[in-house]
Design a protein around this ligand. Structure first.
Ligand SMILES: Cc1cc2nc3c(=O)[nH]c(=O)nc-3n(C[C@H](O)[C@H](O)[C@H](O)COP(=O)(O)O)c2cc1C
Length: 201
């Protein structure tokens, strides 16, 4: 089949099931009032290695409301990427509700606020990987109607790795933390196998 966006003729829009699997950026921030915030973003990725830069895309809530993660990143100048591993599946989902800014999703999901070293926002203590990020810029995207839609970029200024996921060979062992990833609809997958392939000479 071929379709132009919004004219797919299927019971559910297939778009997000066609770019898979997507890593989940589990983004923690602090509000200017000091309330911790945590939410998953699967329009997330690394955008650059040198310097390391990551990005997440914040759509809108009902009406023109801006998502707390974006507001906090812009207003405080920092955010954290936390790895959502298979062991944290339920907690990741618990933090995705449309909660008002005064709700602390760490407490709501029973997660530990671990301190960062270079920024004030907390990271998820149970998460095996966390990037401390300094807010870089927001790029506004086209949007439908009055809704907001934007990509938020951050420069990674500190990286936490739980040493238990580093193998004897010094390589981070993906199988020791099994990243959770997003598919389409309400579907997810877990990275549960890895193979190695070297580029041609
Ligand atoms: C796995 C998963 C991935 C999500 N990815 C995104 C995303 O990329 N962009 C987005 O705007 N919302 C995404 N959401 C919805 C947000 O997590 C949700 O709107 C949340 O309430 C935003 O919280 P905040 O306002 O505290 O930032 C996702 C939800 C789930 C469960």
């Amino acid at each position: 089949m071929f379709y132009e966006p919004h004219d797919h003729g299927l019971p559910h829009n297939p778009f997000k099931s066609l770019v898979v699997p997507r890593p989940i950026g589990w983004i923690s921030t602090l509000s200017t009032d000091g309330v911790a915030n945590l939410a998953p973003y699967s329009f997330f990725n690394a955008a650059s290695e040198r310097p390391p830069i990551v990005m997440f895309c914040a759509g809108s809530l009902p009406g023109p409301r801006v998502k707390d993660s974006r507001t906090n990143a812009e207003e405080t100048g920092e955010f954290v990427f936390n790895m959502a591993s298979e062991a944290l599946t339920k907690q990741m989902n618990d933090t995705s509700g449309d909660y008002p800014p005064e709700i602390d999703e760490f407490d709501h999901a029973g997660l530990t606020k671990a301190p960062c070293r270079k920024i004030k926002a907390p990271r998820v203590g149970e998460s095996p990987i966390a990037f401390e990020c300094e807010y870089l810029k927001t790029v506004e995207l086209p949007n439908d109607g009055e809704k907001t839609n934007a990509v938020v970029f951050g420069t990674v200024v500190g990286i936490h790795i739980d040493e238990s996921i580093i193998g004897e060979d010094g390589l981070v062992d993906t199988m020791r933390f099994r990243p959770l990833a997003r598919l389409g609809y309400w579907q997810y997958t877990v990275v549960d196998n890895v193979f190695t392939m070297t580029p041609p000479e």
